[in-house]
Design a protein around this ligand. Structure first.
Ligand SMILES: [Zn+2]
Length: 316
């Protein structure tokens, strides 16, 4: 019997960067690359990265690509509500398949990251989990009995578009007051800015000295003990906790895994999230759920995309 091991390549593509990894059958990273990409000819640029990784290890059997859009399962086309380069929305799947000669699986980035965490990160040991990625946007994914549950047409888990404030701001999705309009990284900056402008006591915050601060700066200042930054992070945690309570009540799910750049604030954001869930969720549901931070950081999506490619390949 052949014992040759096969490897997989997972790539997470944003508008400007591709994070690629060569992954073994157990989900371990053998080689990794981070490359800047331009919005045109995405398929050709990804094919070049894939070729470079394949030159390190020949026996690659499938490729998983995670991207910030939704993937229509019937057509393998990307449905992009946001700032996805048009070359991705065209026939990325077909072009990559032709360029590499390998099986290619496209997947939404939150779904891929969820699968990565489920297989080798903070989701290990659970059967059912809900993953939430809180970064420039807010995405979510559901894993039931070890499989991504993507819904009737591939779009399940959009927790970022749960309504938190019925009187709230317009969201990119067309609704108003979505979780994403108050808890994504750009929303944290907007809320902090608004408050600095109208509340003179907050001028003591070091954030007031820096005109172009980011959500990362808010988290950093909170960790340094800045009261205003701390309050902004805690309030963000409350919003996220309100969304998580809804998820828990709906699914009575075993584990919630929270990832994405906003979670880099660590316990400063995780604790208020858990407190708010405890306050709002149906008590028996809350008690049955573990709420934990993701473990794989930016590697979650490439690892998950590769493992999805592995598992889809195995099923065919
Ligand atoms: Zn929305």
């Amino acid at each position: 019997m052949s014992t040759a091991r096969t490897n997989f390549i997972g790539i997470n593509v944003s508008g400007i960067q591709a994070r690629a990894a060569l992954i073994d059958d157990e989900g371990r990273i053998l080689e990794a690359r981070v490359s800047d990409i331009t919005p045109k000819n995405t398929a050709a640029q990804l094919a070049a990265i894939i070729e470079e990784l394949r030159s390190q290890q020949a026996n690659v059997s499938a490729i998983g690509v995670a991207l910030p859009g939704l993937v229509n399962r019937q057509t393998d086309r990307v449905v992009a509500p946001r700032d996805v380069p048009t070359s991705m929305v065209e026939d990325l799947h077909g072009e990559l398949t032709r360029a590499t000669g390998l099986r290619v699986e496209l997947e939404n980035d939150a779904n891929a990251a969820a699968y990565g965490e489920y297989k080798v990160g903070a989701g290990r040991g659970s059967r059912n989990l809900f993953y939430i990625m809180i970064g420039n946007g807010i995405g979510g994914a559901i894993i039931l009995n070890g499989k991504l549950w993507t819904g009737a047409s591939g779009f399940a888990g959009e927790v970022g578009h749960i309504t938190i404030d019925t009187e709230g701001l317009q969201c990119v999705c067309g609704n108003t007051g979505c979780l994403e309009t108050v808890a994504s990284a750009p929303s944290i900056v907007r809320r902090a800015r608004e408050r600095l402008n109208r509340d003179s006591t907050s001028s003591l915050s070091r954030l007031a000295l820096n005109k172009s601060f980011t959500a990362e700066d808010v988290a950093h200042q909170a960790n340094e003990g800045d009261d205003f930054a701390l309050m902004m992070i805690e309030r963000t945690g409350k919003y996220i906790g309100t969304g998580v309570a809804t998820v828990i009540n709906l699914l009575n799910i075993e584990r919630i895994v929270l990832g994405g750049g906003v979670m880099d604030a660590g316990p400063l954001i995780l604790n208020p999230i858990i407190q708010e869930v405890k306050r709002r969720a149906f008590q028996p549901c809350f008690e049955a759920t573990e709420i934990v931070a993701a473990k794989l950081g930016l590697d979650a999506a490439p690892i998950g995309a590769a493992m999805l490619a592995r598992d889809h390949t195995a099923a065919h």
